[in-house]
Design a protein around this ligand. Structure first.
Ligand code: GLC
Length: 541
């Protein structure tokens, strides 16, 4: 297990609450998750990303933390957590958690003391003002629920600053004690064996008048400090940035290889969906050409969906309108600047398109991140509030509560999906494990094949000239290993001539089935035909 393990990994994102309930109380827990580690091991993933596991009033699904040093009692104990780490590591699976630096819950003891006693040291842990006019250029992120980034506090008789829900006051990173406190938090969990953190809401740590209060140099200084500690004391542990920004600002979070190890590729994600909608390779090619190369010790995290809305913040107004038209015709599917649906419903449950999307996820530069339930094609419930429609219980089998819990159905933290197309009777792990042609087995096969070829984690990308705009083609190359991907974004069968002369003499061997295709000729283009919404991934031998 090298320090750069994250470059060749496949990450699986899950919320303990929604995965498996072992205690029959209707809420998932750590013991439940431990009982499903063999499933994850079999799927072939290398790392679990846990959504917040801390005590929390739960007004933002745990991102409103009220104690950074223990486990949400609904999920179990610190002892359970240590066992989870132990059992995961035993299987070669790493575990990363959430580091929510930017804000706490308003029920965190720091805030409770801060608001009731202006002379307490905790008062300055937060950002206060007598007016709501400061930092007027900062956008409102939860624009469907919040009207200002300032909220009035009756007790303190001042306004406090919050970039998210008003129940999540922002910490004051100007205060050295806050910065040190957060270093203690990451030490605490690293000492328990955690392998890294997805760092939440990174761009917003500092505020400065006259700016949009995002990506300030002070934020980068702080991240560099954290990174230095990791390199010195916890080599091999990683920091993964949630920085939903345009490419120019986003890549700065890698620094010169001395800030984040990884960052989510937010600009790429919506453009995969645009490429489907427009039946064109351009959105993907254009954005990847706009993203500068990253330092050699860093890696992108690529994803199709996660626990949030499919964010359209890094889109132009025109692109956003197109996306809403294509993917969120019902207003209920829209939230803030995004779309709150799961992958299968977004792609109309079109199996070919879904496989095509995964094929791109698994071969484009970066480490793929899979959202729990998407590997079996779970549906969503747009009638649940906020982002809860994509956070329903994992569907394990056709038994009561989808095998998620043995509790009374009315005790479930969220209803299971029962609408016909996605009913847990049909869409569940057990049914798909036993079916060789299930989505689950497709994804499992792809993960295992991908693992045999480090080129997918490490290789450079080069776009291949194609005479057909609807076909995306690129090669990946690393240490003499070469891979070729050809993806048909059209909903009709297409033919294409690929400019592969630089690879003449090589034989494309199809990744999933292992069959050899005709050798690449020296002086002609390589002709390939693809059925609707289909792809080929080859290793060039
Ligand atoms: C991140 C999380 C999101 C949360 C927000 C505020 O964007 O992904 O779920 O609501 O931070 O903590």
């Amino acid at each position: 297990m090298t320090d750069e393990w994250f470059k060749n990994a496949v990450i699986y994102e899950l919320n303990i609450r929604g995965f498996k309930d072992s205690s029959r109380d209707g809420t998932g827990d750590i013991r439940g998750l431990i009982s499903k580690l063999d499933y994850l091991d079999n799927l072939g993933i290398d790392c679990i990303w846990l959504l917040p596991m801390y005590p929390s009033p739960g007004l933002d699904d745990g991102y409103d933390i009220s104690d950074y040093y223990s486990i949400n009692p609904d999920y179990g104990t610190l002892e359970d957590f240590k066992e989870l780490i132990f059992e995961s590591h035993k299987r070669g699976i790493r575990v990363i958690g959430e580091l929510v630096l930017n804000h706490t819950s308003d029920r965190h003891p720091w805030f409770i003391e801060a608001r009731s006693d202006p002379s307490s040291m905790y008062h300055d842990y937060y950002v206060w003002s007598d007016t709501y006019n400061k930092y007027a250029d900062a956008r409102i992120i939860f624009s469907d629920t919040e009207i200002s980034n300032w909220s009035w506090c009756d007790k303190a008789e001042k306004y406090y600053w919050h970039r998210f829900f008003h129940s999540q006051p922002d910490l004051n990173f100007e205060n050295r004690d806050v910065r040190d406190e957060m270093k203690r938090v990451f030490r605490f969990w690293f000492d328990l064996g955690l392998d890294g953190f997805r760092v939440d809401a990174v761009p917003y740590l500092f505020e400065r008048e006259g700016t949009d209060c995002e990506n300030l140099p002070e934020t980068h200084d702080y991240i560099r400090e954290l990174r230095k500690r990791i390199d010195e004391e916890y080599p091999g542990r990683i920091l993964l940035a949630e920085a939903n920004q345009w490419p120019e600002d986003l890549i700065k979070y890698f620094g010169s290889g001395d800030e984040f190890h990884m960052a989510f590729n937010f600009p790429l994600m919506p453009r995969i969906f645009m490429a489907f909608r427009n039946e064109s390779s351009s959105p993907i090619k254009d954005i990847l050409k706009r993203i500068p190369p990253i330092p050699g010790n860093c890696q992108w995290a690529t994803f199709l969906r996660n626990h949030d809305e499919l964010t359209l913040e890094m889109c132009t107004d025109e692109e956003r309108d197109c996306m809403y038209m294509a993917y969120a015709e019902d207003k209920r599917m829209q939230l803030n600047k995004g779309i709150r649906r799961r992958l299968n419903p977004l792609l109309n449950n079109n199996r070919k398109k879904i496989e095509l999307a995964y094929a791109m996820l698994f071969t484009l530069p970066g480490t793929p991140v899979i959202y729990y339930g998407d590997e079996i094609g779970m549906g969503d419930n747009i009638y649940l509030g906020d982002r809860n429609g994509v956070r329903t219980p994992m569907q394990w089998d056709e038994n009561r509560n989808a095998g998620f819990s043995e509790c009374k159905p009315s005790m479930l933290y969220s209803p299971v999906i029962i609408d016909p197309e996605y009913n847990y009777n049909a869409i569940n792990v057990e049914a798909q494990i036993n079916n060789q042609s299930s989505l689950l087995n497709f994804i499992r096969l792809f993960i295992h094949k991908r693992k045999e070829h480090p080129v997918f984690g490490n290789g450079d990308i080069r776009f291949i000239g194609v005479n057909n705009e609807k076909i995306l083609s690129f090669t990946r190359e690393n240490n003499g290993e070469k891979a070729l991907g050809v993806f048909n974004l059209s909903s009709k069968a297409e033919a294409a001539r690929l400019e592969l002369q630089d690879y003449s003499g090589l034989t494309p061997v199809e990744l999933l089935g292992g069959t050899a295709f005709p050798e690449i000729p020296a002086d002609e283009k390589y002709i390939i035909t693809l059925p609707a919404s289909s792809f080929f991934v080859f290793i060039l031998k």
